[in-house]
Structure formats: structure tokens, C-alpha cells
Design a protein around this ligand. Structure first.
Ligand SMILES: Cc1cc2nc3c(=O)[nH]c(=O)nc-3n(C[C@H](O)[C@H](O)[C@H](O)COP(=O)(O)OP(=O)(O)OC[C@H]3O[C@@H](n4cnc5c(N)ncnc54)[C@H](O)[C@@H]3O)c2cc1C
Length: 212
């Protein structure tokens, strides 16, 4: 456990804020998450993926959901927090593989972390990022900027009735069956894509996911 301080909270998209938290001595692997608690309530923790780290400042992207995230949204600069972790195995393989990242909504946080990492440089990456509208798409600029580094960045807005990302989109990628698939988002999206990928002959060991 480490002491941490809220340095800044900035509106990033609808119902989503970017939180900068100072936490000296914290190290992590891109794709991992931390558990956060308020210093005055150490037993109530919630999981958030680390988007990036610069010096002692860790950036998180958080969507307001219930009580805990609402308290975070209203917290003032200087609020004392506790940081536990890092945790998780949702991290990139070492080998120069072909990677397909698929993010739904706030599920972009660990994917942006991995796709921007030094480890992603020896890999061929395709990114699919889905949100209801552009206003609800967090880290839009950062994800767009990855177009310079990676094979393709596909952004899709899926208001009710619009086409969601499906296996048909993924099958167009060169070497489809040998890619690693990293999926992060709501559980139904993960379950549906996992089922479609397995049915299409992708080795289940090459499908990795994080349920938010
Ligand atoms: C590995 C991982 C990474 C995540 N990364 C992100 C991220 O980067 N950004 C983001 O916005 N969301 C992320 N989430 C989702 C985020 O943790 C939840 O949205 C958040 O905990 C909701 O908290 P809340 O209390 O505001 O909402 P509520 O809807 O009130 O909380 C949901 C309910 O679930 C229960 N609950 C949830 N977590 C815990 C816990 N740790 N201990 C005890 N009870 C719990 C409580 O009963 C709570 O009332 C991640 C989740 C996981 C599992």
C-alpha cells in the first residue's frame, strides 16, 4: 500500500474524468491496474487501470458509476488516497506478435496504456475502439495519435442500433488466426467477441480480456 495525493481531475468525456495522482515509488507494467481507497476509508477499494505514468504522477481514466466514483469526481485537489498494487496479467507478450486491441467505452484505459508502451513498438497492432458517441469517447486524441505508430486505428460510434465491432471486422486483419486479441469493456461485449473468435478458430490462449 502507498500513500497518494490527488493532483488534478479534468473532464475527459461525458461522465469520464482524467485523474492525476501523485504516488512516489510506484511501478507497474502497462495494462495493469491499481486499487484505490480514500485515506479515511481504507477498506473500501475500487479497481482502475493505469493509463500512464510520468515521474511520480499516475494518470487514471474513470467513469462515474456509483457512490465511490461519485466521491472521486467531487474530490478536491490534495485529497489523500491509498494506492494498492499493481495487479493483473492483462499485459503484452514479450515476442513481436500481431496484436488486436478491442476496447468498449472506458475499457480503453489498459489498452491505451499497452498500445502506447515501448513494448508495443516491436509488434504490429490494430486498435478497435467503440463508444456511443464522440462526446463519450475518452482519450480520443491519444488514441488517434496512435495512427502514426500502428497499422490501423478503427474508431466506431455505436448509438443504439448501429453496428458494433464483430468478428467479421476482425477477420479482415492479416494473419487473423495467429493474432493475440486483447479485449476490454463490459462483460457482454467480451463474452460475445470471445465466443465468435473461438468459433472462427482462434486459439483461446490468444484471447485475453479484462472485465470492467
Ligand atoms: C481490473 C479492473 C480495472 C478497471 N479499470 C477501470 C478504469 O480504468 N476506469 C473505470 O472507470 N473503471 C474501471 N473499472 C471498473 C471500476 O472498478 C468500477 O466501475 C467501479 O468500481 C465502480 O465503483 P462505484 O462504487 O462508483 O460504482 P457502484 O456501481 O456503486 O459499484 C459497484 C458495486 O460493486 C461492488 N464493488 C465494486 N468493486 C468493489 C470492490 N473493489 N470491493 C467491494 N465491492 C465492490 C460494490 O457493491 C459496489 O456497490 C475496472 C474494473 C476492474 C475489475
Amino acid at each position: 500500500m502507498k500513500d497518494a495525493i490527488l493532483i488534478r481531475a479534468v473532464q475527459e468525456a461525458k461522465d469520464i474524468k482524467r485523474f492525476d495522482i501523485e504516488c512516489p515509488g510506484f511501478e507497474y507494467k502497462c495494462g495493469q491496474y491499481v486499487m484505490i481507497a480514500f485515506a479515511d476509508k481504507p477498506d473500501e477499494k475500487r479497481a482502475f487501470s493505469v493509463v500512464s505514468k510520468k515521474g511520480d504522477i499516475i494518470t487514471l481514466g474513470i467513469k462515474r458509476k456509483g457512490e465511490f466514483t461519485s466521491r472521486l469526481f467531487e474530490a478536491k485537489k490534495g485529497t489523500r488516497l491509498l494506492l494498492f498494487g499493481p495487479y493483473g496479467k492483462f499485459t503484452l507478450p514479450k515476442e513481436p506478435e500481431r496484436i488486436v486491441f478491442i476496447a468498449g467505452g472506458i475499457g480503453i484505459t489498459p489498452i491505451l496504456s499497452m498500445a502506447s508502451s515501448a513494448d508495443a513498438r516491436n509488434k504490429t497492432c490494430n486498435i478497435f475502439y467503440c463508444a456511443k458517441t464522440k462526446e463519450e469517447m475518452a482519450f480520443y486524441k491519444e488514441v488517434k495519435a496512435l495512427e502514426r505508430q500502428h497499422e490501423k486505428v478503427n474508431l466506431r460510434f455505436t448509438k443504439q442500433g448501429d453496428k458494433r465491432i464483430s468478428c467479421e471486422d476482425l477477420k479482415r486483419i492479416e494473419g487473423f488466426k495467429d493474432c493475440y486479441f486483447y479485449i476490454c469493456g463490459p462483460p457482454p461485449m467480451i463474452a460475445s467477441l470471445r465466443e465468435q473468435l473461438e468459433k472462427s478458430g482462434v486459439n483461446p490462449e490468444r484471447i485475453r480480456s479484462e472485465r470492467f
